[in-house]
Design a protein around this ligand. Structure first.
Ligand code: HEM
Length: 211
C-alpha cells in the first residue's frame, strides 16, 4: 500500500509541469537583464533605449522556443522537444513575463525622453493586447470556457502577429546601416522558426506520422 502510493507519487512527479517556475524565471531573468543594463550601460543618453533593446532580446529567445516547440517535436520526435511541448504553457507565460519587463523598459524609456511614432505604439500596443489575452487564457479553466477551437484561434493568430513584429523589427535592423551580426542571427532564427511552423502545417507532417 505504502509502496504503491510512493510509486504513483514518483511517476506523477516526473510528469508535473513547471509552469510557475518558468513564469518566475522569465520575470526574474528579464528583471536581471533590465537591472544589469541600467547598472553597466554607463548612464549615457541612450541607456534607456539599450534597456528596452536587451529586454526585448531576452524575451525574443523565449518566444522562439515557444513558437518552434510544436514543429520541433513533430519533426525530430526527440524527448527534449517533447519536454518543450509539455512545458509550453510555462514557456509561453515565461515569454509573457519577460515581455512585460520589455514594457517596463519602454515606459522608463518614454519617461526619459524616448519618442515612439503612432504606428509603433499602435502595432506594439496591439501585440501587448494579444499577449494579455493569451496569458489570461493560459489555464485549464479558460481553455474549457473558450472551447478548443476559439482558444486555438486566439493563440495561433496572437503568435503569428507577435512573430510579425519580431520579424519586421529584426529585418529592419539587418537592413539598417549600423546592423550587427546579432541582428542577422536573430532575423535568421525568426525566419527559421516560421519555416519550421509552415513546414509542419503545409506538409501535414503530424498527420502523416502520427505519434
Ligand atoms: C508600444 C510598443 C513598443 C515600444 C514603444 C517599443 C520600444 C522599443 C525600444 C525603444 C527598443 C530599443 C530600441 C533600440 O535598440 O535603440 C525596442 C527594441 C525592440 N523591441 Fe520593442 N517596443 C514595443 C513593443 C514591442 C513588441 C510588442 C515587440 C515584439 C513582439 C517588440 C520587440 C522588440 C525587438 C525585437 C527589439 C530589438 C531588440 C534587439 O535589438 O535585439 N517591441 N522596442
Amino acid at each position: 500500500m505504502k509502496v504503491a502510493g510512493e510509486t504513483s507519487a514518483h511517476a506523477h512527479h516526473h510528469l508535473r509541469r513547471h509552469t510557475a517556475r518558468l513564469l518566475g524565471t522569465g520575470l526574474a531573468g528579464g528583471g536581471l537583464v533590465l537591472a544589469a543594463t541600467l547598472l553597466f550601460a554607463g548612464g549615457g543618453e541612450d541607456h534607456w533605449a539599450l534597456a528596452a533593446r536587451h529586454t526585448a532580446r531576452f524575451s525574443a529567445l523565449w518566444f522562439m522556443v515557444a513558437f518552434a516547440a510544436g514543429p520541433l517535436a513533430r519533426i525530430t520526435r526527440a524527448s527534449w522537444a517533447r519536454v518543450l511541448v509539455r512545458e509550453r504553457r510555462g514557456i509561453g507565460l515565461g515569454f509573457c513575463a519577460a515581455h512585460t519587463v520589455h514594457l517596463a523598459a519602454i515606459l522608463l524609456w518614454l519617461g526619459h525622453g524616448g519618442k515612439a511614432d503612432a504606428a509603433t505604439l499602435a502595432g506594439g500596443g496591439l501585440a501587448y493586447l494579444f499577449l494579455l489575452a493569451m496569458a489570461a487564457t493560459s489555464n485549464d479553466a479558460a481553455v474549457r470556457r473558450l472551447g478548443a477551437r476559439r482558444w486555438l484561434a486566439l493563440h495561433t493568430v496572437g503568435q503569428f502577429y507577435l512573430w510579425l513584429i519580431f520579424a519586421q523589427t529584426y529585418l529592419g535592423r539587418v537592413l539598417a546601416p549600423d546592423a550587427r551580426p546579432v541582428h542577422l542571427a536573430l532575423a535568421v532564427a525568426m525566419a527559421a522558426a516560421m519555416g519550421l511552423r509552415l513546414f509542419t502545417v503545409l506538409t501535414r507532417f503530424d498527420r502523416r506520422r502520427p505519434a
